[in-house]
Design a protein around this ligand. Structure first.
Ligand SMILES: Cc1ncc(COP(=O)(O)O)c(C=O)c1O
Length: 419
């Protein structure tokens, strides 16, 4: 389903939003995070898929590959660590920012406890950051979070609390435990009276946009893509990227399309209601990172006037997109993209398959679409079930592809895209 947002405006980035999230703060986050051993040095790759673009009948298709962001396997490595760092600086303004995640203040922080509910990726990033800073971490998991995701978080040193309910119930339980024990909630979603930390999390995601702008050779004029597909959970990722690109390109910003699972359509419903709203479905999707029942009110403030279209997809569409990226058809590079990571491509495929939908989303032969693959195989067994082969075999084909391009040089690379 696709819904055009009648509030979407092409205006300069409003001052009221710049005072909450800005390019300046995203750049500061990038500088601080660059010192953390938990993420890769340098930008994640922006991979062009000329073969798939040609097959789909659009001018250009690119994927920012966040599986390469960190050993944690997702873009979430940018959010919780920045939020923890900024929270520590609020408590200890004299600390040197770059030294916090290096553990220099572990002695002071050893009795400080952070807690969060999570569907997996946020909790893993928070646990890794807390471990490196030297504080304690408790993670509340809802019933649908897989055991392999639980193990990955526990391996980062967090204490796990498992509850029977869904994601929203785990958010409530984390708040209850924090109040009872004097712990600090570090959540990626906002609620009334709780906005500073989720803002810092979203600001961390702006690092992706900062790199994208650099990868476009710092283009001063129009953005190099006409459409940006952003998968939505509570809306934080989309808000972090939209905020940066809106401030950068102003009224010439690209068209933003938010994609969600049909069972967890809280942003789609927010667009219909004109305010943050809850999902209408079961909130139980294979896209674990997007299985959220309530939109983040703070994120919604950035999305309500900037996202041009909201759409929903099925789990099957996400699996098809994972397979398409893994296959690297038509001479394109194979990419490991997890269930939530491939949702943007799933949205694009759904739209391009239907002439009316493509027209409604302004997609045509001149379109240049940007996708952000927000995770790799963060749940390896689920990945293998969905794609039919383990992530390692896709990665090995990716390495071979890169070696063949290196050997063939640029003309060989062009030849590979003919399909
Ligand atoms: C891989 C992945 N992609 C996208 C999202 C959506 O992010 P948000 O909840 O900030 O909208 C998540 C959230 O956990 C995620 O794990």
């Amino acid at each position: 389903m696709l819904s055009a947002n009648k509030h979407a405006a092409r205006v300069p980035y409003p001052e009221s939003l710049r005072s909450i999230m800005s390019i300046r703060c995203a750049e500061q986050s990038r500088q601080w995070l660059s010192q953390w051993r938990g993420i890769a040095h340098g930008a994640t790759p922006l991979r062009a898929l000329p073969g798939l673009a040609a097959r789909l009948g659009i001018a250009w298709l690119g994927v920012k590959d966040e599986s390469q962001r960190s050993p944690l396997g997702s873009f979430k490595a940018l959010g919780a660590p920045v939020a923890l760092l900024r929270q520590v600086l609020r408590l200890h303004p004299g600390f040197e920012p770059e030294a916090v995640l290096a553990g220099r203040y572990a002695g002071t922080l050893k009795d400080y406890t952070v807690i969060s509910a999570t569907d997996g990726n946020h909790g893993r990033a928070l646990a890794a950051a807390a471990r490196d800073a030297g504080c304690r971490c408790v993670i509340v998991l809802h019933a649908q979070v897989s055991v392999e995701r639980e193990r990955a978080i526990a391996d980062c040193g967090a204490r796990i609390v498992r509850i029977a309910g869904n994601y929203d119930a785990s958010v409530a339980e984390a708040a209850r435990l924090a109040a009872a024990h004097g712990w600090q909630v570090v959540s990626d979603t906002s609620y009334e009276g709780y906005e500073d930390i989720p803002r810092d999390v979203m600001q961390g995601y702006g690092v992706i946009a900062s790199e994208l702008v650099e990868q476009a050779d710092g283009a001063a004029g129009d953005p190099p893509y006409t459409h940006v597909f952003l998968q939505g959970g509570v809306g934080g990722l989309a808000a972090g990227i939209v905020s940066y690109l809106w401030e950068k390109y102003g009224a010439r910003r690209p068209r933003f399309i938010v994609v969600e699972p049909v069972q967890a359509d809280c942003l789609y419903q927010s667009a219909l209601a004109g305010r943050p709203a809850g999902a209408t479905g079961t909130v139980d999707s294979i896209m674990a990172g997007l299985a959220c029942g309530e939109a983040s009110p703070l994120a919604w403030r950035f999305l309500q006037d900037s996202v041009d279209d909201f759409m929903t997809i099925t789990d099957d569409a996400a699996i098809e997109a994972m397979r398409t990226l893994a296959a690297g058809d038509c001479g394109d590079v194979p990419i490991v993209s997890g269930e939530s990571g491939a949702a943007g491509l799933a949205g694009l495929l759904v739209l391009l398959r239907d002439r009316a939908l493509a027209g409604a989303a302004g997609l045509n032969a001149a379109s240049r679409a940007l996708l952000i693959s927000t995770e790799g195989a963060t749940a390896p067994l689920v990945y293998e079930q969905c794609v039919g082969v383990p992530a390692a075999s896709v990665l090995s084909r990716q390495q071979k592809w890169r070696a063949s391009v290196d050997t063939a040089g640029i003309s060989g690379c062009r030849a590979k895209t003919a399909c």
